[in-house]
Write a protein that binds this ligand. Sequence first.
Ligand SMILES: Cc1cc2nc3c(=O)[nH]c(=O)nc-3n(C[C@H](O)[C@H](O)[C@H](O)COP(=O)(O)OP(=O)(O)OC[C@H]3O[C@@H](n4cnc5c(N)ncnc54)[C@H](O)[C@@H]3O)c2cc1C
Length: 1024
Amino acid sequence: MAAPPHTSPAATPLEGFLPVDPETEAAVRVEGGKLLELMDAHPAPGILSRKGAYARLMDWSMQDPAFKTQLFRFVDVLPSLDSPADVIRHLREYLGDKAVELSPALRTGLAAASLAPGLAAGAVRAQITDLARQFVAGETPADLVRQLLRNAEAGRATTIDLLGETVVSAAEADAFLQRNLEILDTIAAALARDPSPAFSDLGPAGPLPRLNLSVKISALTPDVHPADPDRSIAALKERLRPILRRAGAVGAFINFDMESYRLKDLTLALFRSILEEEEFRAQPAAGIALQAYLRDCERDLRGLIAWARQTRRPLAVRLVKGAYWEHETIFARQRGWPVPVWSRKPESDAGYEKLTCLLLDHADLVAPAFATHNVRSCAHALVQAARRGLDPRAIEFQALYGMADDLKAALIQTGHRVREYCAVGALLPGMAYLVRRLLENTSNESFLRRKNQGGATADQLLENPVTTLARSSGDATPPGRHSLGEGGPSRVGRPAVPDFRNAPTTDFTVAANRERQRAALDRLNGRLGRKWPLVIGGRPVADREYIASTNPAHPEQVVGHWARGTVADADAAVAAGLAAFPAWRATPPEERARIVERAGDLMEARRFELNAYLILESGKPWMEADGDISEAIDFCRFYAAEMRRLARPVVTQGVPGERCVQVWTPRGVGVAIAPWNFPLAILTGLTVAPLVAGNCVIIKPARQTSVIGAQLMAVLTEAGVPPGVLAFLPCFGSDAGARLVSHPGLAFYAFTGSRAVGCGIWEAAGRTPPGQAHLKKVVCEMGGKNALIIDTDADLDEAIPAALASAFGYAGQKCSALSRLIVLDGAYDRFVPRFLAACASLPVGDPAEPGTVVNPVIDDAARRSILGSIDQGRREARLAWQAALPPELAASGGHYVPPTVFTEVRPEQVIAREEIFGPVVAILRARDLDEAIAWANDCDYALTGGLFSRSPAALERAARELACGNVYLNRGITGAVVERHPFGGYKMSGGGTKAGGREYLQHFMNPRVIAENTVRRGFTPPEE
Ligand SMILES: Cc1cc2nc3c(=O)[nH]c(=O)nc-3n(C[C@H](O)[C@H](O)[C@H](O)COP(=O)(O)OP(=O)(O)OC[C@H]3O[C@@H](n4cnc5c(N)ncnc54)[C@H](O)[C@@H]3O)c2cc1C
């Protein structure tokens, strides 16, 4: 069996924290005590120590987690609200929530706000702006210059951070680059006029660069794809080089900030790779932030030090704990990946201390900067530096603007260098930053909160984190201690169905996983063209006509040949199934469940190989293919768990003297008819659900992906499905397929596919010819014309990437894909130009390349049909954007369709009503939410749909009124996950059945009730 695919760096163990050394502890208490005393002597106005409205707000939010969540959500949405009425409406919606308790003062304020919205909205906006000003050093370069000079006067050095984190288009990244260049020029000019460096600008060997800029790489390109680091690094370098060049010219220092874990390896690789370029070997001076809350931080720091020694490149490391703890925890848990951060706060602190020592050991080449507001962490660094005999100026402390001013002053007073991290920029992009700071300040575990609000003693504040850990229980994540436990998702990691957990997808940011995928592709490329026979009654049937199945990106490449089933084969498959049915029905459900689970395990073991089949035969990009495999595995495991549940008889009535139970019995023999777009997942779901329920199944895969169908047959056979229970019958709909649809011996059809075929099956199955003594069951999933509504207050940084992924992932060939974007008038001018610009960054290409998002469509017929729809759109609406396909793609013969967006679409137009199944989006402009919901619902289909909004009332309304089987709020509308999002629609989207849901299996069984009179001459058995 292959090794598990999720070789995660998060599993790399730290070699244990530093042992507690009494001598060091005593010294830390002295140093820390000194700092605390100085801080108490000169208390600085921090956010928690301020008086008045803020203090009351922060106090209340720390007492009531529900209030805190709502308040921070309100802060987050505020900059996008245009009118006073909007501000007050949101305020009421958030703070009027029943779960939120308001202090009497806040309650009065809220009531008064409704009476004079104009006045109140202005006041609220002013308050929040003021709050933001606590953390943001200014909006303009001139503000920054002033702050720099103020810092210098106080002895502090400065590092500059330009706010603005999410860029969705090249134009936005260019603008960000330009702002960085401008700030370098402006500040360099200002500093040239003022030659006196601050106390903290002098290092052990003389002056340090006074101009110090912190850069976040996510703002440098929209084209970051962690699964494709080479391409991402190339794109990032395009905008990083000009910054480094300018920094070199003006003598500035550039620091790479560290963001989410997803980008960590990429950031490290970029840092090394660009600084190895000839032109940047010597300058500019550069550094990088490392996050001690990551379990693999030690490995990264050691790697960086080794690299610096090897290349003789001096650098600086800013050691932080990490600002994305909640995000990392939720992100990993949602995906079933190992959580990369420590789960207990003192672990991060202890990790920080260990890494402090490692850094100090290499201070000759790697300049250590300790970015923390924690006095214990600072005191420990001071003690360890002194123990190593380091010049006090060899180490730097860093702190954020607006926070821990008393600590900054105390450190400078004791002769240590301090650099202030000054965020500058407009309020809107600053909100994410502000919310992060508010969370940090109000978190139960934050040092600042414990010091300023918690009443902790100096001894408690200065306790060694290893001692704290030893004292605490073994519970890795005590509930309720962090915001995750405070109104966060209550079901994190807890399966609703016992014994079932979703199969994690592969983390392609891990290099080993990328290598395994490449190797699997190479292996499959070396053995393409095999012949795949039919399988009937457990025997291969090979002497048939063979049909070639080709690669959509390279149609000349034959992935394999499949035997074409005939009408006689269809009859034979039904007969074999009917013969096998009694024994399979009698097989204990537990045994059937185990066989199906084993199939899931086999798929997991063959994951990379199966991915390769999907990439080559269905044209799925890596991550889409991998998601398909996970879903297939989920179906196996979930339906197995469901069968165990349903196998337990249900006692239906409790009257004395009668025992009534309901049991389920399988229907008979049926057909699984699957589409090519989820060639393994849907085919598996349609097959294993009836199979585990005790039915026999004829597998009819889509013609375009029958080689993948053959893999499923092989897996199920290897898992132990007895001969005859399954038949593998790829065939054409016109003959053998038609025979299956009308066959009187069949009991059910499990179908997913087009509306035309689905309706045909539904109708045919309704006929009961003479000799057929049963009604057929049809489980039918068809298409969609799915709409996503963008509200006026939507978070566009979130909505745009979600809309792109929903519309263009797998080239829009998903029944759930976004096809109509309904944008409210108030958001239109902000959303549409950004969305169109973002479309231009979509990587279109061969799915064998890991960074591809938009692949070729499945075949030439599909391509021609989609191009026809595009022509229709041109006649009806305005072609707002269409990708220009690179010449090499056009010349490759692949079935590429340029992603296309139409604007000025009216709801009655064909382009807004008919399913396209390709990378085409129609944008409609709606007056308000009423109109948007009416348009979304005015459609033959009811599959997926969603809303991006930050209005709780609008979200509630969408949940109630959007007519779709799957409603998605503030997220993309594709990517349903088994058990979490049972999937399926109604109207012309399907029969209302939910794949991956708790009622699904029952469709393949008949309920039976057994009522037994247990009374014998007046007495009943004792258990009654
Ligand atoms: C100058 C400067 C630059 C910074 N740059 C970056 C940067 O580039 N990237 C970045 O990510 N952050 C950065 N930060 C933020 C930093 O990572 C911390 O979030 C912040 O400083 C709080 O840590 P602390 O040591 O000051 O406070 P403390 O209160 O001692 O520590 C709080 C930190 O502990 C960790 N933590 C909290 N709860 C838990 C838990 N349950 N289990 C494990 N760990 C937990 C978190 O990292 C949290 O931020 C920077 C901070 C400063 C001061």
